[in-house]
Ligand binder design. Structure first.
Ligand code: GDP
Ligand code: IMO
Ligand code: MG
Length: 429
């Protein structure tokens, strides 16, 4: 039974599934878009009217005039980055939406970025391959209770409080990594300058959202990263430092989980992964290279070439469970045009055991060997396809195999980066 007009859009793999594109698409019929986790480690590309736009921390609903975009308390925010993105959007997109930010969102500060870099160096060959945006250290500070919330910046004694925290960080960086922190006045002045620009947009997020939902407004919760990068359910430790799964929507935005109506998993037609960690479906050959080029699989944030592989239905089925996904939207289907035979991973072999869900440790995951079913590919260019019936039979079969194996409903697919290259099979929002 449908109770509220709420929809979660969540990444079902290792990030970069096209969540930004799908969020932007549904933003055309949405009132609010809420980010509930992560920070500017996310990078989304959104194309419309022949223009290409990028966002990192700003929710992907910002390109629609009537959408109120909210950065929830579950996020970590670098205010300088936020203002840079907003300034560019306000300058280049006349019909942009508005932006609000939770008073409980945590700040990413310059020393978090320094710690992120220093930790990666210290990890040596075991490095995670982070985006070096200070995300892990900002969440570490949140959990160790030495973080700063946006709401702290309104307090008269903030400078004094911040000085204490800065001193702690200065000693920590010096002792742990022999790294010098930026001087206090520089960090503080820059922080206040950036805070002044957004301070009138700070809200009590849970309260604001609850009344919007009760009024019947349409609310889309936008996930960053992907289910397999979730700190609890992902391929730990090669994950991000937050719960990016849909289960975190309530905690990361301050509303009851009872308001969550449905969860849409965005699924790339193949797999990609940025950074280190096991990847049983990885394609280290010319098929993978072809997909990387056609799919433009280079990080929109870091420009790193993304690792490419076949679709991993073991991981996807696991993500569907851990993220409560009840519908899927397949993206980048066009990129598979021209692949002779397409493989779908349906189990892993670990030693002599057959696994139907990912193992808990990085070492075991690294040792997993993917087992596949194979289906014929198609050669047709499908980038102008406007309906399911126009798809080649082989593409239809491919979609059906995914639906059947994962026991989930396909509600749409995407055949190119543009907003218009999107086919919706049923009204879901
Ligand atoms: P996100 O982080 O999940 O929002 O995804 P990214 O934006 O980082 O990466 C997805 C990339 O694929 C972007 O460059 C999009 O413009 C592009 N994209 C999205 N959907 C499609 C599609 O259906 N076909 C193609 N060819 N590109 C797409
Ligand atoms: P979007 O929202 C793909 C990966 C990093 C690294 C690991 C930890 O665009 O899908 P972090 O900087 O978060 O500590 O890095 O997580 N990672 C992503 N990979 N897409 C993302 O976001 C990612 N955000 C983080 O590459 O392996
Ligand atoms: Mg991305």
């Amino acid at each position: 039974m449908k109770n509220y007009n709420t929809l979660v859009v969540v990444g079902s793999q290792w990030g970069d599934e096209g969540k930004g594109k799908i969020t932007d698409y549904f933003s055309q019929v949405t009132n609010l878009v809420v980010r509930y986790s992560g920070g500017d480690n996310a990078g989304h590309q959104i194309n419309f009217n022949g223009e290409k736009h990028k966002v990192r921390i700003v929710p992907s609903g910002i390109f629609n005039r009537n959408v109120v975009n909210i950065i929830g308390n579950g996020c970590v925010v670098n205010l300088e980055q936020l203002n840079e993105e907003l300034d560019l959007i306000y300058k280049t997109v006349p019909n942009h939406g508005t932006l609000l930010i939770s008073n409980r969102a945590q700040l990413v500060l310059p020393y978090h970025i320094q710690i992120d870099e220093a930790q990666e160096v210290a990890r040596g060959k075991n490095k995670i391959g982070t985006t070096k945006r200070g995300i892990g250290p900002a969440y570490q500070d949140k959990v160790s209770r030495s973080g700063i919330r946006v709401g702290d910046l309104f307090r008269n004694n903030f400078k004094e409080k911040f000085k204490g925290i800065w001193e702690y960080q200065k000693n920590f960086l010096k002792k742990m990594f022999d790294v010098e922190i930026l001087d206090f006045e520089t960090i503080y002045t820059n922080l206040i300058k950036n805070f002044e620009k957004i301070k009138n947009n700070v809200i009590e997020c849970g309260e604001y959202l609850e009344s919007a939902i009760k009024e019947g407004k349409k609310v889309l919760f936008e996930g960053a990263q992907g289910a397999m990068l979730d700190i609890d359910h992902g391929t730990y430790p090669f994950v991000t430092s937050s719960n990016c799964s849909a289960s975190n929507v309530a905690l990361g935005s301050g509303i009851s989980f009872k308001y969550i109506d449905s969860v849409l998993g965005v699924v790339k037609a193949y797999s990609t992964r940025v950074g280190a960690g096991g990847f049983p479906v990885e394609l280290l050959n010319e098929i993978g290279d072809g997909i990387r080029i056609r799919g433009n699989e280079f990080g929109s944030n870091t420009k790193r070439p993304r690792r490419v592989g076949w679709i991993d239905l073991v991981a996807l089925k696991y993500a569907i469970r851990s993220s409560a996904i009840d519908k899927i939207f397949i993206t980048l289907l066009d990129v598979l045009s021209g692949v002779d035979e397409i493989k779908l991973c349906t189990s892993y072999k670990l030693g002599d055991k057959k696994l139907t869900s990912p193992p808990p440790t990085a070492e075991e995951f690294e040792e997993c060997v993917a087992e596949y079913i194979i289906t014929p590919g198609w050669n047709e260019d499908i980038t102008n396809v406007k309906s399911y019936s126009e798809l080649p039979n082989e593409a239809k079969n491919y979609l059906k195999l995914i639906e059947k194996f994962c026991e989930v409903n396909l509600v749409g697919f995407s055949v190119g980066p543009d907003r218009t290259q999107t086919v919706l099979l049923e009204e879901i929002f």
